[in-house]
Design a protein around this ligand. Structure first.
Ligand SMILES: [Zn+2]
Length: 459
């Protein structure tokens, strides 16, 4: 592996580099991660429980949702936290946080967490949630993104590429957009090479042509997008470009898809497990194809229907506590995924192992001309524009090559003009003139595999 070159903020001192304050903080965290990942699982858990104690005390005192929750369930904070106590805390669902409104936010913050920002999941579940972040949560997110690069031994001077969802008209094929460095997380820390980015809703032909031209060493995308692109190239008899590594993000990477991508591209395939509310949850081990929980940031549990820890190899619900978000604390949050623990890793890291993640896979939109693409629905625009409508769920279903249905569950009705606007936003994002049926069910049901999907193709 190429050793990364730290960036100096001082022109007059290059060796050793004197990074700026933000980068220094990230490097300081990196140093700690390099120590903590080798500790035993028990030692890591003890450190987590100590951190959780501070978070629980804060939440009980300053976050009305938890003040009420703990009171209702008679929860008293003990001197020391152990697993038995943890399992007494009721699990919260996304709908619980949606329902409690401002009660989810901290009324008072501890010192030093920096600037607060409100974020919103635009997520693939179609259940929007507003939550907060601090500078500290962002810094830890950046440091973990750098850890992921370091774990997989990437050469920071090479070109990195991504095919991801973006608003309409941003980075479409054929050009995409270019950047001078690897972006947030790396840009202030190490000398890095160029970045290229393409909108994932670009037609597959344009994606492949872009890839051939840009030839990034590392390519990040959704597994379903990479699989669709690979199948397209196969069908057209186009040979795939040579790439050092495919990086998967944003949805489940099945064993079959991993094997298929590895075989067709003849390259390394890595995966990461993250969500908007938590940032990085688990990263692929540098030596094996399973995942290590990012225990310095999240306390992850895989639980059965009684909220108790599952044994390795047994599927259970993923329940996560963010250890550093004091703005809107997520404590025992059921994020709607199913996973199974693995046994301790041969690499020697004490970070717990997740063997399999049975998460979501996105459906693709089918067009009458035979093309298929990753659909962009504009749900983020809708949530923001109709913030006052209290949208709890949103889903788009493709019923035929001509017709789609937009389902919305909201606290209030939409006027005729607003309904027309909703249809316009959807069509503008789908970039095809479908007939749209707008419906307002009382609830959107999970699909047969228990997942809520923002887009479903029923053809
Ligand atoms: Zn490992």
């Amino acid at each position: 592996m190429e050793t990364p070159t730290p960036l100096s903020a001082l022109g007059s001192i290059q060796f050793p580099a004197i990074p700026d304050a933000q980068a220094s903080l990230q490097l300081a965290l990196q140093y700690q991660f390099e120590l903590s990942e080798w500790k035993s699982t028990g030692e890591i858990e003890t450190a987590q429980f100590n951190q959780l104690h501070i978070l629980l005390k804060h939440a009980q005192q300053n976050v009305p949702y938890y003040t009420k929750l703990f009171e209702k369930h008679g929860i008293q904070l003990p001197e020391r936290i152990d697993r038995a106590f943890l399992e007494k805390i009721p699990i919260s669902k996304r709908s619980d946080y949606q329902d409690c409104g401002d009660d989810f936010g901290s009324k008072k913050m501890p010192e030093g967490h920096g600037q607060m920002a409100v974020a919103r999941t635009s997520g693939s579940t179609g259940q929007p949630l507003k939550f907060g972040r601090s500078s500290i949560t962002q810094t830890i997110w950046r440091a973990l993104s750098t850890r992921e690069h370091l774990w997989h031994g990437r050469d920071f001077t090479k070109k990195i590429g991504a095919i991801r969802l973006a608003p309409p008209d941003y980075a479409p094929a054929p050009a995409g957009v270019q950047g001078n460095n690897w972006g947030a997380g790396v840009d202030k820390v190490f000398v890095s090479g160029p970045t290229v980015f393409l909108n994932a809703s670009s037609p597959l032909e344009g994606q492949l042509e872009w890839l051939m031209r840009e030839k990034p060493s590392y390519l990040l995308s959704f597994p379903s997008s990479l699989v669709a692109l690979t199948r397209y190239a196969e069908q057209k008899g186009i040979s795939l470009p040579s790439i050092t590594e495919l990086r998967c993000v944003g949805e489940k990477l099945s064993v079959e898809h991993r094997a298929y991508l590895k075989d067709k591209w003849q390259t390394k395939v890595t995966d990461m497990y993250s969500c908007e509310e938590m940032g990085y949850i688990a990263l692929q081990c540098p030596k094996n194809e399973h995942y290590h929980v990012q225990s310095e940031s999240v306390l992850l549990e895989i639980v059965d229907e009684n909220g108790r820890a599952c044994a390795p190899g047994t599927r259970g619900r993923v329940v996560i506590t963010s250890l550093n978000n004091f703005v809107t604390p997520f404590i025992r949050y059921d994020i709607g995924d199913i996973a199974e623990y693995g046994v301790p890793c041969s690499c020697g890291r004490g970070l717990p192992v997740i063997q399999h993640i049975h998460g979501r896979t996105r459906n693709r939109l089918l067009l009458p001309n035979g093309e298929n693409r990753m659909p962009r629905l504009g749900e983020f625009v809708i949530y923001k524009k109709y913030d006052d409508a209290g949208i709890r769920q949103l889903k788009c279903i493709q019923h035929s090559l001509e017709k789609v249905e937009l389902q919305i569950v909201a606290a209030r009705a939409f006027t005729e003009i607003e309904q027309k606007d909703l249809v316009d936003i959807l069509l503008q994002n789908l970039e095809h003139n479908f007939t749209v049926e707008l419906t307002f069910p009382a609830e959107i049901l999970r699909n047969p595999n228990g997942k809520l999907e923002v887009f479903e193709c029923r053809i």
